[in-house]
Design a protein around this ligand. Structure first.
Ligand SMILES: [Zn+2]
Length: 609
């Protein structure tokens, strides 16, 4: 691997599920340990972000210029010269990610060192959590200031458990202490760009449990994790050894508003940049629409008068300052199979919100229109939730193994479709909402274009007729799980695909369900097939099921479902020489359902992964 990729730079080898950022340090080097802790996809120029939004040329010029000028020259107010943190904020769809991506590009072009972390709620797990945050920053800093490599390596040698510590300890050991040891003259000014901190989720489900147990109090909230990130950045900025300015972009959620307006540390922040009317979003959206319509005219050989200035004005008005609206209608007109650009634009103009005049009402109405153009809108919504591995109104639930990467679309298709070609049937009309890889692509995951889609799908008020709730999503997933267990896999699938699929399937954490509908009456042979497969694939999958099936049982009697699953699980675990819970533990478990099975049900061979 190292021999053929020695000079490798900024590319990814998807077939191997590896992202190679740079030639890895020699084996035995602690920097190797650092390299495996980072979130490669979070870097602004990663392969994972290759289709991330960027500002259209000549748009958002003023706002990009203001951020860039602050990075290079600091604040124009002399009293603020030493301040090293700036917050960029604006509501959903105002183009924050595109602006931050374009600023990162400008820094790269002009040779300004830029260290980046782009959080994303719909990307790989390491971009949704804080775990990889400090290692990723430290790794890039050491790239910019090679003199840091030795002190960073020393820190990792000195503290083998460093990567399990809180962010403050990691920041101190991996970044601040090494910076203090490096000669000042080698420190070029640069910037740390942190985008989408509001999309960072709480670190709750790391470990064997896919979700916190019912009845157990949630110890941390995502606000606390986001606050920890903000605090650690503020402390770094205050440290004289830290040479970079920091730009943080997020939605104006409460935790950010309170943090940046806190009287106690307000003086350490530059005035926030709020993406409001001052930056004339309408002028930029108009530029964007004109450029895109001109591309469409060229592609379809249309006359220059289409669309008319009046129509452009209507679209602009309906966008209410949101780039995401303009970007979505353009994607709709260029990807929909339901007519010519003329006809599609007419459809767009006919879509009117049924009620409400909030800034999102046109975007909501348009999302409804797109989803209703699918042959089965509610099935499409169930797919959209499953693709994200989530369920409405269940913030801590994750279908996919928390440590694995986002699964390729082809595996999700094998899980969700009842027949070949279902994916195209269900999602074929949704190309303006989600990036859908071609069916012969075995590595690329689905990528929803914008977080606002799931904000919309979560709200019954916004979705109206196409809302799909917790129970419908849960039953849908269990229905597929049932079919796959009943057929003992995917009989029609090629053996190699089947192998990949089963590895993915046994790692799934099925949502807890109070009562399965009677049509999902699992036969003992189906359960045995699952238990024996799971024993050889996924310790976590087994424990999660062992725990979940018992949750609804009465203290004096287990439900037939629980008996069936637990007996089968225990039988297969014993056969494979696993440690199994003692009779005493099982008795205690009757009265205390929330007992932790992690230490009493485990493979004696150690972890499989
Ligand atoms: Zn039970």
């Amino acid at each position: 691997m190292t021999s053929i990729l020695n000079e490798a730079h900024d590319f990814s080898v998807h077939e191997l599920y590896l992202n190679v950022i740079n030639p890895p340090p020699p084996i035995g080097d602690p920097l190797n340990n650092l390299a495996v802790q980072i979130a490669p996809g979070a870097l602004h120029d990663s392969a994972e972000r290759c289709d991330a939004p960027k500002c259209h040329p000549e748009t958002r010029v003023a706002v990009q210029g203001e951020i860039y000028s602050w990075i290079v020259h600091g604040d124009s107010d002399p009293a603020q010269k030493m301040v090293k943190i700036k917050w960029v904020t604006g509501p959903a769809g105002t183009g924050k990610s595109a602006i931050m991506g374009s600023v990162a590009d400008t820094c790269k072009r002009d040779g300004v060192p830029a260290v980046t972390f782009f959080f994303s709620a719909s990307a790989s797990p390491d971009r949704r959590r804080k775990t990889a945050f400090i290692p990723t920053l430290a790794y890039q800093l050491a790239e910019h200031l090679p003199a840091l490599k030795d002190p960073v390596a020393q820190a990792i040698r000195d503290k083998p458990l460093l990567f399990t510590k809180n962010l403050r300890v990691q920041m101190e050991a991996l970044i601040l202490t090494p910076l203090r040891q490096v000669a000042v003259e080698s420190k070029q000014p640069g910037v740390v760009l942190v985008n989408g901190v509001d999309e960072c989720e709480v670190e709750q489900y790391v470990g064997s449990q896919a979700s916190p147990r019912a009845g157990e109090s949630i110890e941390r909230t995502k606000d606390e994790d986001q606050l920890e990130i903000l605090e650690v950045l503020r402390e770094a900025a205050l440290d004289p050894a830290f040479p970079f300015r920091i730009v943080i972009a997020s939605r104006p959620e409460r935790v950010f508003r309170e943090f940046f307006s806190n009287e106690g540390h307000k003086s350490s922040f530059a005035p926030p940049l709020i993406l409001d009317e001052k930056y004339k979003p309408n002028a930029d959206i108009a530029l964007f629409l004109k450029a895109k319509f001109s591309e469409i005219r060229r592609r379809y050989n249309l006359g220059p008068s289409w669309p008319s200035p009046e129509i452009l004005a209507t679209l602009l008005n309906q966008a209410s300052g949101q780039f995401i609206y303009a970007a979505t209608i353009i994607r709709y007109i260029t990807t929909s199979r339901h007519g010519s650009p003329h006809a599609l634009l007419d459809q767009v103009l006919k879509v009117k919100p049924s009620s409400g005049t909030n800034p999102f009402s046109h975007l909501d109405a348009f999302y409804i229109h797109i989803l209703q153009s699918a042959p089965s809108p509610t099935l499409a919504v169930k797919w959209l939730w499953s693709i994200k591995g989530e369920i409405p109104k269940t913030p801590y639930y994750r279908l996919f193994h928390p440590m694995s990467t986002v699964p390729p679309a082809f595996l999700v298709n094998l899980l969700l479709q009842t027949d070949d070609g279902d994916a195209e049937y269900v999602l074929g009309d949704l190309h303006s909402l989600i990036n859908i890889p071609p069916s012969d692509n075995l590595v690329t995951p689905y990528r929803p274009y914008h977080k606002s889609l799931y904000d919309f799908l979560s709200s019954e008020d916004h979705c109206g007729p196409i809302y799909v709730g917790y129970m419908q999503c849960t039953e849908f997933l269990w229905g597929r799980f049932f079919d796959i267990c009943m057929h003992k896999g995917l009989p029609a699938c090629r053996p190699l695909d089947q192998q990949k699929f089963l590895r993915f399937f046994f790692d799934l954490a099925m949502p807890g369900i109070p009562r399965l509908p009677s049509r999902l009456n699992f036969a003992p042979s189906s359960v045995d097939w699952w238990a024996s497969g799971c024993v050889s694939h996924s310790e976590d999958g087994i424990r999660s099921m062992f725990y979940d099936v018992h949750l609804e049982c009465l203290w004096y009697r287990c439900s037939p479902t629980c008996k069936l699953w637990r007996n089968s699980i225990l039988r297969h675990c014993k056969k494979a020489d696993w440690e199994v819970p003692s009779q005493m533990w099982l008795l205690r478990n009757r009265f205390d359902k929330f007992l932790d099975a992690d230490n009493v049900l485990r493979s004696t061979q150690g972890k499989y992964r």
